[in-house]
Ligand binder design. Structure first.
Ligand code: SF4
Length: 240
């Protein structure tokens, strides 16, 4: 567990930089360009997890750290820890298909959970609709919007492997607040049940699905709000 800094065969280092779920402001983009020139960055690589890798000489790392923090960005994390959140462009400004503002939810998830210690890599993906552009079905914890402030949650997926695994549906029609609570619940059970360095999909295979099921009252409390709003919607439609 540590920062996403990797020594390359050529002797330079690759440093992963994390933005707010892959979205940069023009000021951050210009700041990064200035840093890249100043630090003799040989190339910048966009990754599938929405990070940006800077390839720089090792002695330039302290300046890069300072510059990145000054731009409101951060160095990524690696190892047995919750990674940066991969989120689609799901908001009214970035993708018209989005059923909820998942970009905002993903930002909260990243701020609250990124870098939390776990038995092995833990990847979170969030998508604004079932197209799943960010592959939420192949994440340890996948979130898919199904309506305004209503989400389905999948757990135990795994991508980037010779045998990819689809996650299993944990809960439906959960509010954004409920997504945060269920993630806390899944992480607590994972910490408790996993063997050292065991990936969540393997813990689920070994320990079974049952221990990960949220208590019924917890589930109901986060689904209740939508049932109420569905009911209000029904009333609005039927009232002259
Ligand atoms: S998952 Fe849906 S909302 Fe998100 S970018 Fe893809 S099409 Fe748009």
């Amino acid at each position: 567990m540590g920062d996403a800094i990797f020594l390359q065969k050529s002797g330079i280092i690759g440093v992963g930089i994390v933005a707010n779920c892959g979205v940069l402001s023009p000021q951050q983009l210009m700041g990064l360009a200035r840093l890249a020139q100043e630090l003799e960055c040989t190339a910048c690589k966009l990754t599938t997890r929405q990070t940006l890798i800077f390839l720089i000489p090792e002695e330039k790392l302290p300046v890069l750290r300072e510059g990145v923090e000054g731009l409101g960005l951060r160095i990524g994390v690696f190892g047995e820890t919750v990674r940066n959140v991969k989120a689609c462009a799901g908001s009214s400004e970035l993708c018209q298909r989005s059923l909820s503002d998942v970009f905002r939810l993903a930002g909260i998830l990243q701020d609250r959970f990124m870098n939390r210690p776990v038995p092995n890599d833990f990847k979170i993906s969030v998508a604004g609709c079932h197209r799943g552009c960010t592959e939420p079905f192949c994440a340890d914890f996948g979130v898919v919007a199904t309506g305004e402030d209503s989400f389905s949650i999948y757990i135990g997926g795994r991508g980037a492997s010779r045998k990819p695994i689809h996650g299993r549906l944990l809960a439906e029609k959960i509010s954004g607040e409920g997504v945060l609570a269920l993630l806390e619940h899944v992480l607590a059970r994972y910490q408790e049940l996993a063997q050292p360095k065991e990936r969540l999909c393997h813990t689920l295979q070994r320990a079974g699905w049952e221990p990960f099921q949220p208590p019924a009252d917890m589930l109901a409390s986060f689904q209740q709000q939508e049932e109420e709003s569905d009911f209000l919607q029904f009333l609005n439609q039927t009232t002259p």
